[in-house]
Design a binder for this molecule. Structure first.
Ligand SMILES: *Cc1c(COP(=O)(O)O)cnc(C)c1O
Length: 351
């Protein structure tokens, strides 16, 4: 009998190019699934929060939505985070920094993906965490720690400076790390040109939107939507739900930026309709459980609000609702399933 060491598969290469190619293959393995939501479910999903909305008749028809399942491509490197990190791999190589440094909140899907990918690449990574050291670690931060991420806790005032060039330079030097912006955004003053294979991943994403007149995605930093924009087919409208509750600063920033850069593309920025984070969280669990039964597994922060915004959009205009039956919209699943633990749903972390 072979010894246990002899049967072990050789450890995977940490060469950045092979890892990037591996990620690109994962990205492009995602499939589009059709989901039929019963009229009863659509009404139930919306009525919890929109009882006071005018124009909202109960729907009587089931609603079909097609979903690009980016959540299924990897247990941790799922959703849009992997698309964005692909671009950072080559930028990091050019930077000649030893590792990475990046900010995020205590439930950040971005920190989670970074910690996993840095381990895969065999490089050090520092997470600049918004919050206070004395609080118990969330399961997300526990994962990051276990995977070898160095956690630095910043108070709210320091964290607020994360978009400043001086802040980013300080942490680059302090950790000898390539700086990745919050949510996988580019650092201040980064060259806009994206590199292979990051470009190839977004090109592929753009191709998936073909045949869809209406494509929906959730925005946290707006990075994914911005990177998809040049590859968006002319006939597709991109509906972006802003999930950030910040008195409108992000929406204003994105509106200005995209109006300037992407005036030829057909995009619409929708405001978040969540009635406050706490309230939305409490209500999320039963809705998510009902969708789980259909095999449509979503996260509470982005995916569920996105689906609700989409349904709300079609329900407000009866003509649109009929159109959606003939030509269903495409929802781009952003991943983020580890965040389900934040509302008391199970998610099994890989080792
Ligand atoms: C990060 C994330 C988003 C937002 O992506 P941005 O590029 O920051 O706009 C949307 N959905 C999920 C599930 C995410 O984890």
């Amino acid at each position: 009998m072979a010894s246990p060491t002899a049967t072990k598969t050789p450890s995977a290469s940490t060469d950045p190019e092979s890892v990037a190619n591996e990620l690109l293959a994962l990205c492009t393995s995602a499939v589009i699934e059709s989901h039929q939501l019963s009229a009863e479910l659509v009404n139930a999903l919306l009525d919890r929060e929109h009882t006071a909305q005018p124009f909202c008749e109960n729907v009587t028809q089931p609603f079909r939505v097609d979903v690009l399942r980016l959540d299924q491509i990897h247990p941790v490197l799922q959703g849009n985070k992997i698309f964005k990190l692909l671009d950072h791999i080559s930028r990091w190589q050019q930077s000649s920094r030893t590792g990475w440094v990046t900010p995020g909140g205590c439930w950040s899907n971005h920190l989670h993906a970074c910690a996993w990918l840095a381990r895969r690449l065999g490089i050090p990574v520092t997470g600049l965490v918004r919050g206070y050291e004395h609080l118990p670690l969330t399961p997300m931060l526990e994962d990051c720690k276990r995977w070898g991420m160095t956690l630095v806790f910043l108070d709210k005032q320091s964290y607020r400076q994360r978009y400043d060039a001086e802040f980013q330079q300080h942490w680059r030097d302090h950790c000898d790390g390539y700086f990745i912006g919050e949510g996988g955004a580019l650092a201040v003053n980064a060259e806009p040109a994206v590199s292979q294979p990051g470009t190839a991943a977004f090109q592929w994403l753009g191709q998936q939107c073909q045949r869809y007149e209406s494509v929906w995605m959730a925005a946290g930093s707006g990075t994914t939507a911005g990177q998809l924009m040049p590859y968006l087919p002319r006939d597709s409208a991109l509906h972006v739900l802003n999930t950030v509750q910040d008195n409108g600063q992000l929406a204003e920033h994105l509106q200005n930026r995209w109006t300037h850069l992407w005036h030829k593309q057909n995009w619409h920025l929708h405001g978040s309709q969540q009635g406050g984070f706490g309230k939305a969280r409490k209500q999320a669990k039963p809705s998510l459980e009902r969708l789980d039964e259909l095999g449509l597994v979503l996260d509470p922060v982005y995916g569920l609000p996105l689906l609700k915004a989409l349904l709300q959009h079609y329900r407000q205009a009866p003509g649109l609702n009929e159109l959606a039956q003939a030509r269903p919209p495409l929802l781009i699943h952003g991943g983020g399933l580890q965040g389900r633990r934040g509302v008391g749903l199970a998610w099994r972390s890989p080792d």
